[in-house]
Design a protein around this ligand. Structure first.
Ligand SMILES: CNc1ncnc2c1ncn2[C@@H]1O[C@H](COP(=O)(O)O)[C@@H](O)[C@H]1O
Ligand SMILES: [Zn+2]
Length: 357
């Protein structure tokens, strides 16, 4: 592999649009959390999947259950969220949309409102502490909790969208794709859309979700998470591909997550090139950088080495993610300016735009 690609990917300004808070907790933070709760007897091997290992998606969802035991109070959540934001910034991420599912923890008195407020507080504190990153929050609906909880979560997200000064911008639909059906959640998602919340929905992460994906596309979502089984070659359909292309709905693609969670056989067989070659907006993301032992710069390196992307292609990929974000227009313009100041771009502009129009 090109030796320069690693430092290049780290220094490249990046946009992260698909990161679950509790799946993004690093080894170092996990150690602090484990030390706070020795009685749980949790070993680090229970909270992350290491390089070269693979688990089924089902086993991945067991890992989240363990992590939730470790992050069950306001203090834990504030500490974990701040650390995750700092780590993304240290990896060169300049804009982050963090998603998380509000939870009730009766033992510690954590409520769903307190949960959302704590994540917002973590984002505010990082800003005050001048961490170099703009962070927004997507409130997540866990599909296994059914339509009533989904509706409740939409109301919560709407309240905070109106009172968080732009921090809450949208909603995510996630959770075990084998549980529940999107049709039951459609009214809640429709309501979210009608009140101005953006929608980033996990879709076709596993096979056999063709019908559900057709339904969810009627909303339509503003972005799609994974979309692994949308195209006909893997059991999806032309109709799905057509609708996604027609709506120009960006895909959030998480290479390592899909390999480690065994929904994709190998990096070479990932669906990234399918959509990339069509010129469809594709955004590289981490999904759960803690659980899958990765980072966004590592995902860019993997895309470079697997699909033969050069530095210019990587820069374009990261720059195009800006327009796929749910950031306000003024922030998008600020980000565009920052990207244009990247050394690679300055070289091109000195070349009087010979390479790029
Ligand atoms: C691997 N692929 C995936 N597919 C679907 N949902 C996933 C996921 N990875 C994470 N989550 C969702 O995010 C939660 C953990 O973060 P939060 O507690 O919300 O911060 C998980 O419980 C699951 O609902
Ligand atoms: Zn996800």
């Amino acid at each position: 592999m090109d030796k320069e690609v690693e430092p290049f990917c780290r220094a490249l300004p990046k946009v992260e649009l698909h990161a679950h808070l509790n799946g993004s907790i690093s080894v170092a933070t996990m150690e602090r959390l484990i030390a706070r709760k020795p009685h749980l007897n949790i070993k680090h091997s229970m909270t992350a999947i290491h390089k070269g290992q693979r688990r089924t998606l089902d086993e991945c969802f067991q890992v989240f259950k363990v992590i939730h035991q470790l992050v069950d109070s306001e203090e834990d959540l504030l500490m974990a969220a701040k650390a995750v934001i700092r780590e993304f910034s240290e990896d060169g991420v300049r804009y982050l949309e963090l998603r998380s599912t509000p939870r009730v923890e009766t033992n510690t008195g954590l409520t769903k409102r307190k949960y959302v407020e704590t994540v917002i507080e973590a984002i505010r504190q990082c800003k005050q502490e001048d961490v170099d990153i703009d962070v927004r929050f997507l409130v997540a609906v866990d599909r296994r909790n059914g339509p009533e909880v989904a509706m409740e979560t939409v109301k919560l997200a709407e309240d905070y969208m109106l009172s968080s000064e732009g921090i809450v911008v949208g909603m995510d639909l996630s959770g075990d794709p084998m549980v529940g059906h999107g049709k039951d959640l459609l009214p809640a998602l429709q309501k979210a859309r009608n009140c101005g919340l953006k929608l980033a929905l996990h879709m076709s992460e596993v096979p056999c979700q063709k019908e559900e994906s057709e339904l969810l596309l009627t909303l339509p979502p503003d972005r799609i998470g994974h979309g692994t089984f949308l195209h006909p070659e893997v059991g999806g359909s032309w109709s799905l591909v057509h609708k996604v292309r027609e709506g120009n709905i960006p895909l959030e693609l998480c290479l390592t997550s899909n390999i480690m969670g065994k929904t994709v056989e190998s990096y070479e067989k990932h669906h990234f090139p399918y959509w990339y070659k069509l010129g469809h907006p594709c955004v590289l993301c981490t999904d759960d950088k803690g659980v899958f032992s990765t980072s966004l710069s590592q995902e860019y390196q993997l895309a470079a080495s697997t699909f033969g992307l050069d530095q210019e292609a990587l820069w374009i990929l990261s720059q195009q993610a800006i327009s796929c974000s749910f950031a306000p227009e003024a922030i998008k313009q600020q980000l565009e300016k920052r990207w244009a100041e990247h050394p690679l771009q300055l070289t091109y502009s000195q070349d009087s735009g010979a390479k790029r129009k």
